[in-house]
Each structure stands twice: as C-alpha cells, then as structure tokens.
Design a protein around this ligand. Structure first.
Ligand SMILES: Nc1nc2c([nH]c(=O)n2[C@H]2C[C@H](O)[C@@H](COP(=O)(O)OP(=O)(O)OP(=O)(O)O)O2)c(=O)[nH]1
Length: 148
C-alpha cells in the first residue's frame, strides 16, 4: 500500500503458480509379525498397478490420523489403530507435489479385502524389492529395510 492506493503484489516465484500445489497423502505401515501390508493401485488410477503403502489423500481440514483410518476402511475394508509417524516424504511428480505422511499402525486382526485396490500382500521389508513401488515410497522402503 502506498499513498492510499492498492499495490498488487504479483507472484514472483514458481511457488505461486496456481497449477502447482501440494497434496497431502497419508499412508499406513501396518505390521503383522515380521510382515508389512502393501497394496497395489488399480490399473485405472494414476501410478496404476504400482505398489504402495495403503492410504490416500487427506481431505481439507481433516485430522491426518482420522483421514488414514478412513482411507484404510475405503481401500481395504479394515480397521487399524494409527500410531506415531514413521517417515515424512516430500516428492515431486512433475508439477504435483506430494507430502506423504507415513504412520506406524497397529493391526487389529481383521482381514483386508480388495475393496478399492487391485491387490494386497503381506511382505517382509526385504521382499519389497520384488515389487514396483511408487517413487515417493522408495525412501520409506529403504528405511524399513535398514531396520535389523
Ligand atoms: N496412498 C498412497 N498414495 C501414494 C503413496 N505413494 C505415492 O506416491 N502416492 C501417491 C499416489 C497418488 O498420486 C496419491 C494418493 O492418491 P490416491 O489416489 O491414493 O488417493 P485417494 O484414495 O484419496 O484417491 P481419490 O479419492 O482421489 O480417488 O499419492 C503411498 O504409499 N500411498
């Protein structure tokens, strides 16, 4: 503002480009004995048929842990208890910025089903190398494999 006139501040950096925005995604690391539950994305989804940690996009204003419980119900028809954060990954897919919040989750005993995913498997971290994961998940897979 100068001399009572309105100063319009024009975006100077690419961060203000309307096409570029951040999507917050929550994902569950659900452990049962030595194995972790991974899910395969549907062929029609973006990153179709890639493997991932089950979860999905956080809704506006939603609590991340509540959002993750909702996503696991929608995707696998399964109840979990969401625990502490395991890893946060910031990843760019071209102009899409994903902030991936991976939570350690407790398996409560119900069997998962392929409600909104192609497939699922219980695998050890070492077995994860045989699956084609989304790029954003690679640091998470590495961190899991580094555990003794
Ligand atoms: N759930 C999940 N999404 C991941 C992972 N890694 C990764 O890059 N993503 C990406 C893929 C998608 O672009 C995005 C999640 O979107 P989504 O399609 O699963 O979310 P959603 O279930 O809410 O989908 P929708 O309602 O928009 O159909 O995050 C991961 O480990 N888990």
């Amino acid at each position: 503002m100068a001399n009572g006139s309105l100063v319009v501040v024009k975006p100077k950096t690419k961060w203000h480009n309307r096409k570029m925005h951040t999507i917050i995604v929550t994902a569950a690391i659900i452990q049962r004995a030595e194995k972790i539950l991974i899910a395969q994305r549907k062929g029609t989804a973006d990153h179709g048929l890639k493997w991932e940690f089950p979860g999905g996009k956080l809704h506006f204003g939603e609590d991340p842990k509540a959002g993750l419980k909702r996503e696991i119900q929608e995707e696998l028809d399964m109840e979990i208890e969401v625990g502490p954060i395991f890893e946060v990954v910031s990843h760019l897919y071209g102009e899409r910025h994903i902030l991936l919040l991976c939570y350690t989750c407790r398996y409560l005993g119900s069997q998962p089903s392929t409600k909104d995913c192609q497939d699922f498997r219980w695998v050890t971290p070492q077995e994860m190398r045989d699956f084609d994961f989304t790029e954003a998940d690679l640091p998470v897979v590495e961190k899991l494999q580094a555990y003794p």
